[in-house]
Design a protein around this ligand. Structure first.
Ligand SMILES: [Zn+2]
Length: 93
């Protein structure tokens, strides 16, 4: 599996950190794509980016009226090929 995502992360992190004054940072929390996932396929391992897909819905109360609580269920669609170099990616099992 290619290293496009890992390489892109290094470049993107440097690009964003150039805009942050280090003296204003207490600590970094998460750095990375929102929808990245480790992929395993055969003897390869790598990172892939998923396209998020979600459903938001209001539940039903016992009396049949609408609950005020909005519930969200979400998943990711993972591509079969790297969107940067076109290499076939391992399929998720
Ligand atoms: Zn690639």
């Amino acid at each position: 599996m290619c290293n496009c995502i890992s390489e892109a992360k290094v470049n993107l992190e440097a690009h964003l950190k150039a805009q942050i004054k280090p003296e204003t940072v207490y600590s970094y929390d998460e750095i990375g794509f929102d929808n990245e996932c480790f992929m395993l396929g055969g003897n390869t391992i790598g990172t892939a980016i998923g396209i998020p897909f979600s459903i938001e819905y209001y539940g039903k109360k016992k009396d049949g009226s609408r609950s005020s609580k909005l519930t969200k269920v979400k998943t990711n669609l993972f591509p079969s090929y790297c969107f940067l170099c076109g290499e076939k990616l391992p399929t998720r099992d």
